[in-house]
Design a protein around this ligand. Structure first.
Ligand code: CU
Ligand code: ZN
Length: 190
């Protein structure tokens, strides 16, 4: 009797599933259970030029809230230019064009987009703007990533990349941002 009831209940559940209209809401960019615990206290990425550019600099990453805060400075950019800035999947800047760093860091299989606004890769960040001297200050808060601890969204050992062109926050898979002009591996220091 009990088994029959269970069978009837599961049949009802299946029927209910079958009649549920397909959802029109977009898939969430990050699961509700996105890891937020960082075990490291700080990391530094020293960015060196790529693709024959003059761009270099240093960025410090610190756990803050449910993500990381990135601060630093990049120089050697064209004056007053706007440049895409991402975390890429592989901590490998060995290729002359930094293609070795792979695609945008995307542990949740999202589409490319704008951080904090709809679907986007975990490694997507807003464009950087250089001043008249070709210097861009980095002051970015990035939610949804961790530092150390080997969670799926841990950015330790991955790469920070600066591009020649701005990110349009829409083109797939990488915002039509052009060449990779600087690359640095995110190395835990504390
Ligand atoms: Cu990039
Ligand atoms: Zn992206």
């Amino acid at each position: 009797m009990r088994i029959a009831l269970l069978a009837a209940a599961s049949a009802l559940a299946l029927a209910a599933c079958g009649t549920t209209p397909s959802s029109s809401s977009p898939p969430s960019t990050t699961p509700a259970n996105v890891p937020t615990i960082s075990t490291a206290k700080q990391a530094v990425a020293v960015l060196a030029s790529a693709s024959g550019s003059l761009v270099s600099g240093s960025v410090t990453l610190t756990p803050m809230g449910k993500g990381l805060h990135l601060t630093g400075e990049l120089g050697g950019l064209p004056a007053n230019g706007t440049h895409a800035f991402h975390i890429h999947e592989k901590g490998d800047c060995s290729a002359a064009d930094a293609s070795s760093a792979g695609p945008h860091f995307n542990p949740f299989n999202a589409t490319h987009g704008k951080a904090g606004s709809g679907a986007h890769h975990a490694g997507d960040m807003n464009n950087l703007t250089a001043n008249a001297d070709g210097v861009a200050k980095v002051d970015v808060h990035l939610e949804g990533v961790t530092l150390g601890g080997n969670a799926v969204n841990d950015v330790a050992g991955r790469a920070l990349i600066v591009h020649a062109a701005p990110d349009d926050y829409a083109s797939q898979p990488a915002g039509n941002a052009g060449a990779r002009v600087a690359c640095g591996i995110i190395k835990v220091t504390q």
